[in-house]
Write a protein that binds this ligand. Sequence first.
Ligand code: ADP
Length: 204
Amino acid sequence: MFVVGLTGGIGSGKSALSRHFEALGILVIDADQVAREVVEPGESALSSIVTRFGAEALLENGSLDRRYLREVVFAEPKQRNWLEQLLHPIIRDRIMQKLEQSDSRYTILSSPLLLETDQHLLVNHIIVVDAPEAQQIERTMARDSSSEEQVRAIIAAQMERSERIGKADDLVDNSGSENDLQPLALALHEQFLKQAQQDWEAEH
Ligand code: ADP
């Protein structure tokens, strides 16, 4: 299976670009969504979190109180490390399951942490989507109703843009409109179909 990793900083346009690939019939696995799935009620990761942090980590309906957990791990790096060591392998396994089940002609893994975790080991090709920082901030503030300060703090905690771009096989410039992404996605799509075909032929 030919797998394309798609990453970029917050508000760079990962989801916007993903929608164009989905419109072309390609399966996009969203690592953020997987990260939410693995802590749903009934999942073993949620039980581990409750064992460590107590029932305070749950909302009344039995689902994870993300805000509470975010505050705890923000205040204590030790807890953050524990949580990451718990969740990253589980997220990776779940992504692998989804890749194995995929019958898409190639599959995209969209992840803000593609390069920071070993998720990049799951992909054959890396796309980095990029927009100027001012646009990243403006678009994220509009999407999440967050403050400029909050978005800047997240950007500061993420991989530096030049380092990320240095790891790209393809760089997508999202400084124009969302519609401008469509022809860029189509050109990449055609390239990936060829690469997936070549990989398949080499293996058969
Ligand atoms: P990411 O998934 O990388 O965090 P999104 O794709 O969600 O970023 O984009 C952040 C916000 O900016 C979304 O509300 C999205 O619709 C909007 N957006 C993305 N690309 C553009 C663009 N080229 N022009 C205007 N708005 C955009």
